[in-house]
Design a protein around this ligand. Structure first.
Ligand code: BTN
Length: 261
């Protein structure tokens, strides 16, 4: 069942420090929850991977559908020496790493929808959930990554089917998950080093090259409020700068974005 998800295969293709320590489970509640439990006792770059999740977590309190045998569910533990205010950069950095790795592995035109959705053909291929332990500074960050790899669309509930896709659904090819995980971990290594050595500027400029959101007419829901306008830019903290239909600029730190046609 896990022949395409061998830890030895993942490790054999690593080029950096991410993933030198891997904890693998057949099933867990959530890899993010498990990684958070061990985050203080483990070295930076430790990764928790599961073949399935019973209660996979998505952004904004949603459920992440996590069937066995087909997708990637992993959480990376890092201990970044950056101010809590800059934490969004960790998610943007991860989106860059995932989009780049998936492009390399599949040739698909994977892009990033603000803030952290991985999309292809306007459908969601994957998502990122960053959870932090903060005591004045960031003690640890758990970066959860979910990628739909070989899932057929009928494994998803009806409401997800119309908006989701998988690598296999796009290309007809079945991919070895281990290979894709190694690619992502290698790109994470590169982009985390970039963040540490050169700061957020390089992350933001690369993110802008990979996003399909900027310049588009969008609708963003933040709690009970909805804003419409043009997604003009992201600022140096990764906040979306929306030019409202009224002409006013509006900065948004988190929300649900829909591209309008
Ligand atoms: C999103 O809503 O777009 C973020 C989804 C993140 C899902 C991943 S799967 C591995 C990790 N463990 C979780 O419970 N969630 C993240």
């Amino acid at each position: 069942m896990f022949s395409d998800l061998s830890i030895n295969d993942i490790k054999a293709n690593l080029t950096g420090e991410m993933g030198r320590e891997i904890f693998f489970y057949e099933t867990v509640g959530s890899t993010n929850a498990l990684a958070a439990e061990i985050s203080e006792k483990t070295v930076e770059g430790t990764v928790v991977i599961a073949d399935s999740q019973q209660s996979g977590r998505g952004r904004l309190g949603r459920t992440w559908v996590s069937p066995p045998g087909v997708n990637i569910y992993m959480s990376i533990i890092i201990k970044p020496a950056i101010p809590p205010d800059d934490a969004t950069l960790l998610t943007l950095m991860t989106a860059i790493a995932c989009a780049t790795a998936l492009r390399k592995a599949t040739g698909l035109d994977v892009s990033i929808k603000w803030p952290n959705d991985l999309v292809v053909s306007d459908k969601k291929l994957g998502g990122i959930l960053t959870e932090l332990k903060i005591e004045r500074k960031i003690l640890s960050a758990v970066i959860g990554i979910g990628i739909n790899v070989n899932a057929d669309m009928d494994v998803f509930p009806e409401e997800v089917r119309g908006v989701a896709t998988s690598l296999k659904n796009e290309t007809g090819i079945t991919y070895p998950r281990a290979r894709i995980i190694s690619e992502i971990l290698n790109e994470m290594d590169i982009w985390y080093r970039t963040l540490k050595n050169s700061g957020g500027k390089k992350i933001l400029s690369e993110w802008k090259l990979l996003t399909s959101t900027l310049g588009k007419q969008v609708m963003v829901t933040v709690g009970q409020e909805t804003f419409r306008g043009v997604a003009e830019s992201v600022d140096d903290k990764g906040m979306l700068v929306l030019r409202l239909d009224s002409g006013e600029p509006k900065r948004i730190s988190a929300g649900d974005l829909t591209v309008l046609r």
